[in-house]
Design a protein around this ligand. Structure first.
Ligand SMILES: Cc1cc2nc3c(=O)[nH]c(=O)nc-3n(C[C@H](O)[C@H](O)[C@H](O)COP(=O)(O)OP(=O)(O)OC[C@H]3O[C@@H](n4cnc5c(N)ncnc54)[C@H](O)[C@@H]3O)c2cc1C
Length: 440
């Protein structure tokens, strides 16, 4: 498909893959494994690395290539906050557990930074900070409350930037009513991080097997028999880390119980062509990662090399292609940065994030099978952290309780993992965003 906004050679694949496309591995599935990990994204790979460090021998199995899922397609924006980190969690789970959940969310960020440094992962990580633009003055006021709460509970340094200072300090646009700046946040190259994490797990002794779909998990003796498209694997323990891909293209799932609790949502990103020198620093003073407070949010950033803009959002709530989504995202982008109206696009792509019915990530055990999933679209740090904590649990090496472990994990009556309701909910959210803005 051609479009006047597409640059010559436009590709419907992640721009990240130009430097770090998930490689094909030659490994075959083993007959036996101590721990079998299903899903080779950040969660599965981080779990594998931790298990190796604890003396275990895991195998990571992915239906596609290792790192092929959200982990090599995301925006690479790193922060330690949970989507719903607020006093509401204290109401829902009690003060102690509610605060522990917020604190553990914040702890994912230093965990990631230490992991990258310790394993020497070359992934363009930079602690540039983050800015969340307020869509309305009401959102600004709510953010102010939330920032105070986060500071009080986690010590996370946050500050509010009013609209008058926005352009000079954080964002070259007047589109938002000010917003919240978080300095303990950063950006990385997600493809390079996935590749580096996989290499670290392999160096530590994990076996990584790709292009092998798990089709069923059965109990056998004290362990498990795992059916795959390339034969059976016996394992003492199993971890499912399939997140937004828990339901396969044919509706099947390695762990149907988990698929019933995941709401896969397609997120779309475009990459612009290289911009004229100096423009990025005008649009992104300080080169922060940026998101906004809309229900149907935008997230955007300069590429790590500072030459182009990467712009993400929910261009569609129904099935569509990156080619169709790209002009829609371009429109969202030029509403914030009108100076990019004539800038063409070199890449557009999509990937699945996983929402849950309680908007929280989870680890736990169901029918003896461990799981780690549900990052609500913010999983660079969190999925790595969940995988690590699931591994500690499998190895019996956790020194303290993990607040996201063993929480009630809701589903909805009749829901099997196919989010047929998304176009309706998405339409309603867009309408609410528009109404909020008109009333602002
Ligand atoms: C477009 C996009 C933008 C995003 N932007 C950001 C961002 O800026 N910042 C942020 O923090 N987060 C972001 N996220 C979210 C983040 O990427 C994810 O939360 C994170 O990568 C999840 O990692 P994971 O290991 O849990 O899952 P994934 O990386 O999705 O891996 C799951 C894997 O499971 C495999 N699998 C599924 N079923 C089977 C089976 N039956 N057998 C074998 N393998 C199977 C899949 O092939 C897949 O590779 C974004 C996500 C997307 C899609």
């Amino acid at each position: 498909m051609n479009h006047p906004l597409f640059a010559p050679g436009f590709k419907a694949s992640p721009w990240w893959w130009e430097a770090a496309e998930p490689p094909k591995r030659a490994n075959s599935p083993p007959d036996r494994a101590q721990v079998a990990i299903i899903g080779g994204g950040y969660a599965g790979l981080s779990a594998a690395l931790t298990l190796c460090r604890l003396g275990h021998k895991p195998v990571v199995i992915d239906a596609e290539r290792i790192g092929w899922g959200a982990s090599s397609r995301n925006g690479g924006m790193v922060s330690g906050g949970l989507k719903i980190a607020s006093e509401g969690l204290e109401k829902r789970y009690g003060v102690e557990r509610g605060r522990a959940i917020v604190t553990t969310g914040a702890a994912s960020m230093p965990f990631l930074e230490e992991l990258i440094a310790r394993e020497g992962i070359d992934c363009d990580y930079a602690r540039v900070g983050r800015f969340v633009g307020a869509w309305t003055p009401k959102h600004y006021a709510a953010m102010e409350k939330r920032a105070d709460y986060l500071k009080r509970i986690t010590g996370m340094p946050t500050r509010m930037v009013p609209r008058e200072r926005q352009r000079a300090e954080v964002l070259g646009s007047d589109r938002y009513h000010g917003g919240m700046a978080v300095d303990a946040a950063g950006g990385l190259h997600p493809g390079k991080y996935a590749r580096g994490l996989a290499a670290a797990a392999e160096r530590a002794g994990a076996l990584l097997v790709d292009e092998t779909r798990v089709t069923g998990i059965a109990h056998e003796g004290s362990g498990f028999r795992i059916a795959t498209t390339r034969g059976e694997i016996r394992a003492d323990a199993v971890l499912t880390a399939t997140n937004g891909y828990s339901r396969g293209p044919d509706g099947s799932s390695a762990m149907p119980w988990l698929a019933k609790r995941m709401i896969p949502v397609g997120s779309y990103i475009i990459a612009t062509e290289e911009l004229e020198p100096g423009l990025i620093d005008k649009l992104f003073p300080g080169r922060r990662m940026v998101g906004d407070s809309k229900r149907v949010l935008n997230y955007f950033r300069p590429a790590p090399d500072g030459k182009r803009v990467l712009w993400g959002g929910r261009a569609s709530f129904g099935p569509t292609t990156p080619e169709v989504a790209a002009p829609v995202l371009h429109g969202f982008m030029t509403a914030v940065f009108p100076e990019l109206a004539k800038v063409k696009l070199t890449h557009a792509w999509t990937g699945n994030v996983a929402f849950t019915f309680d908007f929280l990530p989870h680890i736990g055990v169901q029918d003896g099978i461990h799981f780690a999933a549900g990052c609500q679209g913010s999983g660079v740090a969190m999925a790595s952290w969940l995988g690590h904590n699931a591994a500690l649990k499998i190895a019996g090496a956790a020194n303290e309780p993990f607040a996201l472990d063993g929480l009630p994990f809701p589903t909805a009556p009749g829901y099997s993992g196919n989010p047929w309701f998304l176009p309706l909910v998405g339409g309603w959210y867009r309408f609410r965003d528009a109404i909020d803005r008109m009333a602002a």
